[in-house]
Write a protein that binds this ligand. Sequence first.
Ligand SMILES: *[C@@H]1O[C@H](CO)[C@@H](O)[C@H](O)[C@H]1NC(C)=O
Ligand SMILES: *[C@@H]1O[C@H](CO)[C@@H](O)[C@H](O)[C@H]1NC(C)=O
Length: 472
Amino acid sequence: MGKLFHMMSRTPVIFLLFSLSGAADALYKQWIPDTNYGNKTNWDKGSVPCGNDIVKFLAQRNISVYVKTVHSIQEMWLPVNGEFILPSGGGFTVNSGGEPGCGAGVTTQFKDAESLQWFDPELWKAAASLDDLEKGRFLFSVHEESVPCQNDDVVFRDGTTFRVDTTSNKLIVPVQSVTVLSKKFSRSSEFSQYLGSHSGQMQFHGSSAPSVGAATCEDASGCNCGNSVNHDRICSKVKCAPMSCKKPLYPTGHCCDVCGAIVTVQYTLGFNLESYRNRLQHLFLSLASYRSIHLGMSKVLKSQLFLGVIPRASVAVIQIVLLDGESGELAEALARDILNDVQDQGSNLGISGAEFQASSGAMVVGAVIGVIVLVAGILVLAVLYRRGIVKIPTMPTISVPSLSSLRQSKQEIGEFTDHGFENPIFDQPVVMPEVPGIYGSEAMNSIALKSSGVYFTNPAFDENETSVDFTV
Ligand SMILES: *[C@@H]1O[C@H](CO)[C@@H](O)[C@H](O)[C@H]1NC(C)=O
Ligand SMILES: *[C@@H]1O[C@H](CO)[C@@H](O)[C@H](O)[C@H]1NC(C)=O
């Protein structure tokens, strides 16, 4: 608390800047699957039915289906409860048989979308902006953060509908906003109303519900994703490939061991996650030699080693995961370049130190010059403390080393190419107070689903039948 107050009072201008910038480091997460009639992956025969085919929807499944164009059918079996969303130009014509080019006609079934889960990291794409989403400039993340974080904007592609199971380990699934058919919901009451609507019930199901308008991330150094409570749920969907490198690494928030490198960055006031991500993008990933590397960067809680040796409570750090899809050598080369950049520019970027681990077994600790002086001060304090001259007040994240344990554990550390220290004064994230009301309501491109959507609840349904014949 004392530390926090000290830093804030020193830098009122920067603090103000942060507060006004609104949501920091929120990403856009786009749901990949759809339940569109015209998407061949939704049909059990692998192709969109044509005019001689008999089309079946599972009777007992609630479903929302988007019909973009006119499709001809022979016969259609509808579910008990569902909706077709028909934009202008979408619809069905009934064919009396013999459509040329359609073959003899088969019975084809719409695939069951019931099991697709929100917490499946394979079903999302992430990008820094809507424009990036559209242009296919996606960001790599660890598994936990492939799924929408509490500060993210969730996008269901325009011109699609979907069905998603939002069951979570918590009662609600908090996100910043949800966009469905170009309509962006960022106010909680409005979105709850949508979830209660017929369309909402056909699209979202499960024992927890998404909730929009979660606290905005006001901290330019990034915010915690919040998905670790669902870690097991997320990882149950992931199949890990066997790794062949010498020393596979396990990034925080990931489900699998990886071959590559992990850079851990300690930040101070002034660090901006988004601009640092852009910096690495432009400085390194745009180079031909590094183009194949996946870089995932986020703020995570990690248990840290004080002075590189003594474990202590977890602190927030910036984790950069580098994967090259191969042995990890290329990732390690990039990690070294990033550390060199930190040595040169760290103090301008709000970085107090960095280290990396690579799956070759290499481990490098680097520090920004200037920090070392402070650490020397701490060491003196530690010695004075041991002699009983100084009593250290409550600083729960630092365990004071005994000199013998220091000496001993130093020998246990592998290959150092550089010795450095992290700065315990600056290792706590600066928690900016939330400023309510900054997240204004954006002008929305509103689409009234009711007017474009045609929905049916089949009143003639008999419990003993499994489907209803929709012959015209
Ligand atoms: C069809 O669905 C798949 C997966 O559900 C998706 O990846 C693909 O983009 C969709 N195709 C179109 C044309 O939207
Ligand atoms: C289908 O939706 C209705 C509401 O429209 C709901 O009462 C019912 O539980 C849902 N059934 C399933 C299997 O999700």
